[in-house]
Design a protein around this ligand. Structure first.
Ligand SMILES: Nc1ncnc2c1ncn2[C@@H]1O[C@H](COP(=O)(O)OP(=O)(O)OP(=O)(O)O)[C@@H](O)[C@H]1O
Length: 309
């Protein structure tokens, strides 16, 4: 996975869009972020993946300067988060980020634009977010998906070099989601940097150049979608297994997930050779056996399972 050279690394680090060094943040006993080092180059589109509680939002909050690391460093385009926000270099769309109930979408975006030195025209931000027709709608009259797009317009209006998005499409229907990513692509085509946290693996697969997978406050995989898939090294094993029971299949070695329906099993395994040998010992009549490489979803489950601890 490591295709970089020290010289290239140094160059990327010097001009990094985001640089996290030894980042740690605890809430009481909970180590939300437990030692993260990450450098994102300008122009990269990075998906931050991980199960609930992995530390994604905590990381995004620290990049934005909304919370302070216990130890470690964050720089955004070489500056502190506060300076980068002040300079309008960062746009953010956070989970449940507040919108004003009584202001219209147009007023909210105009208000945020007025806080920045070189904002894009409000019309353009609304149009890029696909909500020109909602400019006069009040915040409390927006649907969940429309609220997300209003937040997107707010994030865009400073014309930022870095966009941070925490589960941006969470409340959107399929059509809105597609439309959202089309706008996003137009934004990234102009060389901007985007980091987005998502639970939709297909979004990471389709839109990210790079996938950073977190578990328990740490980075457990970092690379292109293909590299992360390969790193999991997992396979899916399918077979017809007469007499199979859920318990027995779950207890086969190296099984990370399984499905059993009408005597047919589909098992995700971190070592399909071991799983298959045990399967055939327990069920010599198993037949129609098929083994395939995992998709990103399988890699995600393998790399974030507790067994990896
Ligand atoms: N303000 C807080 N006070 C106490 N604990 C917190 C706080 N914020 C986060 N945590 C804890 O820190 C851990 C990481 O949470 P975080 O929200 O960063 O995870 P996440 O990966 O964004 O999860 P999700 O996918 O559910 O949004 C969790 O165990 C969470 O309960």
């Amino acid at each position: 996975m490591n295709t970089s050279s020290p010289v290239r690394d140094a160059a990327v680090t010097a001009g990094a869009a985001v640089r996290l060094t030894g980042l740690r943040k605890s809430y009481g006993e909970v180590r939300a972020v437990d030692g993260i080092d990450l450098t994102i180059a300008p122009g990269e589109v990075v998906a931050l993946l991980g199960p609930n509680g992995a530390g994604k939002s905590t990381t995004v909050d620290m990049i934005l300067g909304l919370s302070k690391p216990d130890t470690g460093d964050v720089t955004v385009f070489g500056s502190s988060p506060a300076e980068a926000v002040k300079a309008g270099s960062i746009g953010a769309m956070l989970q449940g980020g507040a919108l004003l109930d009584d202001a219209t979408v147009g007023e909210m975006v105009t208000m945020v634009a007025s806080l920045h030195r070189n904002p894009m025209p409000v019309r353009e931000a609304l149009s890029r977010a696909g909500i020109e027709d909602l400019a006069n709608r009040r915040g409390n009259k927006l649907s969940g998906g429309q609220k997300q797009r209003a937040r997107f317009a707010v994030a865009l209006v400073s014309d930022p070099d870095l966009l941070l998005l925490d589960e941006p499409t969470a409340a959107m229907d399929v059509a809105s989601r597609r439309e959202f990513w089309r706008s996003m692509q137009a934004f990234t085509d102009s060389g901007r940097t985007v980091m987005f946290a998502t639970h939709y693996l297909e979004e990471a697969e389709e839109f990210a150049d790079r996938v950073v997978l977190m578990r328990s406050g740490r980075i457990v995989a970092d690379g292109s979608v293909a590299q992360v898939r390969a790193l999991a090294g997992g396979r899916t094993l399918r077979a017809v297994v007469p007499g199979a029971t859920g318990d027995a299949i779950a207890n086969l070695p190296c099984v990370t997930e399984f499905r059993l329906r009408g005597g047919q099993i589909a098992v995700s395994s971190s070592d399909s050779d071991k799983t298959l040998r045990a399967l055939l010992t327990a069920y010599p009549d198993a037949h129609d056996i098929e083994i395939t490489a995992v998709g990103l979803e399988g890699a995600f489950l393998t790399l974030t399972s507790e067994e990896q601890e």
